[in-house]
Design a protein around this ligand. Structure first.
Ligand code: B12
Length: 219
C-alpha cells in the first residue's frame, strides 16, 4: 500500500467507525516508519472532519458520530506510544490542559496533549468537563507554566473566559501562559478574553507556546 493509500484508508476507517481497521492502519503506518504526525494530519483528522461535515449536512446522526469519535481515539492511542518515544527527555515546560466545563468533546484536546507531550512538555491532562476552579487549582498545584483550554461548543467557550477571570481575581494571571483552542475559537475571541494565544492546530500550538515561553525568558 502506498502512503497516500494508507492515509485514504485511515480517513475511511474513521468515517466508517471501523475501530479494528483504524488500529491496524495506525500500527501499519508505524511499521512502515511513517511519521505519526503525518498519519494524524493527513489520515485520521481529515476523517473526523468529514464526519463533522456529514453531521452538519444531516447525513450522519449521533450514534455514527460517537462511533467515529471512539475510532479516532483508538487510532490515536496506537500512535501515541510512538509520539511519546520520540519526546525529548528534558522538559521544556509543564502544561495543564482540559476541555472546559459543560463540554465533553475531548478528541482535539487529547490530540493537543499528545503533541505537546511528544514535543518535550510535561502534560497534565485534566480530562473533559473540567470545572473552572479545577483549572486554576490544578495549574497552581502542578506549578504549570501553561494552561490549555479546549472548547467545542459556542455555549461553553465562555468558560475559557471565566477561568482567565478567576486567575485575575486571584492575582495569579501573570504566572501562566494561557492558550485556547477548539473549533469555534478565533483570534478575536482570544483577544477578547485576554488569552495569550489561540490555535486550531496542535502542531502550530506547540510552536506558539514555545515562543511565548522564550519571550518570557528574554524579559
Ligand atoms: C465528534 C463530535 C462529537 C462527539 C465527541 C466525542 C469526543 N469524545 O470528543 C459527541 C458525539 C459526544 C458529540 C456530542 C455533542 N456535540 Co459534537 N461534534 C463532534 C464533531 C463532529 C467533531 C469534533 C472533533 O472531535 N473534531 C476533531 C478534532 C481533532 O478537532 P478539534 O476538536 O477542533 O481540535 C482541533 C483544534 O480545534 C485544536 N484544539 C482543540 N482543542 C484545543 C485546545 C488547545 C489548548 C489548543 C491550543 C488547540 C486546540 O487542535 C485540534 C487539531 O489540531 C464536531 C464537528 C466539528 N466540525 O467540529 C461536532 C460539534 C462540535 N458538536 C456539536 C454539538 C451541538 C454537540 C452536542 C450538543 C449534540 C447533542 N445534541 O447532544 C453534544 C454536546 C455534548 C457536550 N456537552 O459536550 C456542534 C457544536 C455547535 C456549536 N456551535 O456549539 C458541532 C460543531 C457540530 C455541528 N456543526 O453542529 N460531538
Amino acid at each position: 500500500m502506498e502512503k497516500a493509500e494508507i492515509f485514504e484508508s485511515m480517513k475511511k476507517s474513521i468515517m466508517e467507525g471501523n475501530k479494528a481497521e483504524a488500529e491496524r492502519l495506525a500500527q501499519l503506518s508505524l511499521d512502515r516508519g511513517i511519521d505519526p504526525k503525518e498519519s494524524i494530519s493527513h489520515g485520521f483528522t481529515p476523517g473526523i472532519q468529514q464526519v463533522g461535515q456529514l453531521w452538519e449536512e444531516g447525513e450522519y446522526f449521533l450514534p455514527e458520530l460517537v462511533v467515529s469519535a471512539e475510532t479516532m481515539k483508538a487510532a490515536m492511542k496506537v500512535l501515541e506510544k510512538s509520539l511519546q518515544e520520540s519526546a525529548r527527555y528534558a522538559s521544556i515546560g509543564k502544561m495543564v490542559i482540559g476541555t472546559v466545563q459543560g463540554d465533553i468533546h475531548d478528541i482535539g484536546k487529547s490530540l493537543v496533549a499528545s503533541i505537546f507531550s511528544a514535543n518535550g512538555f510535561e502534560v497534565v491532562d485534566l480530562g473533559m468537563d473540567v470545572p473552572i476552579e479545577t483549572f486554576v487549582h490544578r495549574a497552581q498545584e502542578e506549578k504549570a507554566q501553561v494552561i490549555g483550554m479546549s472548547a467545542l461548543l459556542t455555549t461553553t467557550m465562555v468558560n475559557q473566559k471565566k477561568v482567565i477571570e478567576l486567575l485575575e481575581q486571584k492575582g495569579i494571571r501573570k504566572n501562566f501562559k494561557v492558550i485556547v483552542g477548539g473549533a469555534p475559537i478565533s483570534r478575536e475571541w482570544m483577544q477578547r478574553i485576554g488569552a495569550d494565544d489561540a490555535s486550531l492546530d496542535a502542531f502550530e500550538a506547540v510552536a506558539k507556546v514555545k515562543q511565548l515561553l522564550a519571550r518570557e525568558v528574554l524579559r
